[in-house]
Design a protein around this ligand. Structure first.
Ligand code: AMP
Length: 406
């Protein structure tokens, strides 16, 4: 089936054509017609499957048809992070460009005045993270009583981030009669129970339930000692200068250290983590998105949902202690049918994390065998002056060997 065969407006069809969307992805095929029919949906879909458009296309279509008669916010899309609010609002604006439907991405960390005046001018779709939304409701600037749709995206992350109460609270501000679309990357008892609190007789959709990691991604483990990881990272980046690489590191402090280590060896990279100001975070994402900066070093703040085109490598500099995050991190590459590589550095102390990941995905990850000689070569090839001691020891060993031969 093609998008041209769908019962959606010509304005949306023409925009999908411009965006290069010819055929629906699996989740779109399974969700769009039900949403157009007015049904509630509960979908378990991994990242990178096209799930944003799966709810954006039908909600935009319905709002466009009714917009002449409707006033106030028609659709609330609730998301866990500011980055996601911005990104999903952008998808709505792109697909809905010719529909006249107005979308606002609402999030904290920026001045609220402009957001208030945009709301006052009339908004159809509001994509929001919880904090600022509740602020504006309590100040009387935001009224959700006319919303026909509630979309909950990345619901599992919302639970992880402690937003369960916010999700229940927002119901008080929404009409009882509405259509609810519930999206989560993973399924658990808690998720099911939350979903059944908010959806009614929902159509259930599950995409790739067995292996949650996209088939387009090659996964490899390299055994690297903690202290040697930076030399391996330097080596991979220098071998792949034209490629876009996301590097995941466990903590903010370690992110800054890795960025500094790369700077010492003339590798340009940028740090992204929760300790960086919101407006700077957007600029950093934009510069990575456009390819201006090719190496993004980050914590799990960027592992969910963020859609950046053409990321060839995900490097797990540290393995995540939560196996779900492995899946989300890897989902930053191999998007929309493109091939990607996920490389993970594994220190002996991280083996237990690896085991948990393999159990979770149900797949054993291939280990890339690095010979002792190649391992030492990678350390030696480093341009890091602080590694000179290593060079000295190696040179010393070589001299000793020569001594022996003499
Ligand atoms: P998402 O899972 O919503 O983050 O989408 C992943 C990527 O797939 C985004 O870059 C979308 O632009 C792209 N995409 C979504 N639907 C389609 C489609 N039907 N055809 C081609 N690309 C798509």
């Amino acid at each position: 089936m093609k998008f041209s065969d769908y019962n959606i407006s010509k304005e949306i069809k023409s925009q999908l054509d411009i965006l290069g969307y010819k055929r629906p992805t699996d989740i779109q095929f399974k969700a769009i017609s039900h949403i157009l029919n007015g049904e509630d949906v509960m979908a378990i879909a991994q990242t990178g499957t096209g799930k944003t458009a799966a709810f954006a296309i039908p909600t935009l279509n319905i709002i466009q048809q009714k917009s002449k008669y409707s006033k106030g916010v028609q659709c609330l899309v609730m998301v866990p992070t500011r980055e996601l609010a911005k990104q999903i609002a952008k998808v709505y604006r792109e697909i809905g460009k010719k529909t006249g439907v107005k979308t606002l991405g609402l999030f904290g960390g920026v001045e609220q005045e402009l957001q208030i005046s945009t709301l006052n001018n009339g908004i159809d779709v509001l994509v929001s993270s919880p904090g600022r939304m509740f602020d504006l409701i309590s100040q009387g600037h935001l009224d959700l009583s006319s919303a026909k749709f509630l979309v909950l995206d990345e619901a599992d992350l919302m639970l992880d981030m402690g937003f369960a109460k916010d999700i229940k609270d927002v119901m008080r501000f929404l009409p009882q009669k509405r259509q609810t679309l519930f999206f989560s990357a993973t399924i658990s008892k808690k998720i099911k129970s939350l979903a059944y609190d908010v959806v009614q007789n929902a159509i259930r959709i599950q995409i790739s339930p067995k292996n949650p990691v996209a088939k387009t991604i090659t996964h490899t483990i390299i055994d690297v000692k903690m202290d040697d990881k930076r030399f391996f990272l330097e080596n991979i980046i220098k071998e792949n200068l034209e490629k876009k690489i996301i590097v995941f590191v466990r903590t903010k402090v370690r992110v800054e250290r890795v960025v500094a280590a790369m700077e010492r060896v003339d590798v340009a990279s940028e740090a992204l983590h929760g300790g960086i100001e919101q407006k700077d975070r957007f600029t950093i994402l934009e510069s990575f998105s456009t390819g201006n900066n090719k190496v993004l070093i980050t914590t799990d703040v960027a592992c969910r949902g963020i859609d950046i085109p053409e990321v060839e490598f995900v490097i797990n500099y540290d393995l995540p202690d939560n196996p779900e995050n492995y899946v989300h991190r890897c989902g930053r590459t191999g998007r929309a049918g493109k091939r990607g590589q996920a490389l993970s550095f594994c220190d002996p102390a991280e083996k237990e994390f690896l085991k948990a990941i393999e159990e979770y995905t149900g797949d054993e990850i291939d280990v890339f065998d690095v010979s002792k000689g190649d391992y030492l070569q990678i350390l030696n090839d480093s341009d890091d002056g602080t590694n000179n001691w290593q060079k000295l020891i190696d040179q010393n060993n070589t001299f000793n060997d020569l001594d022996l031969e003499w």
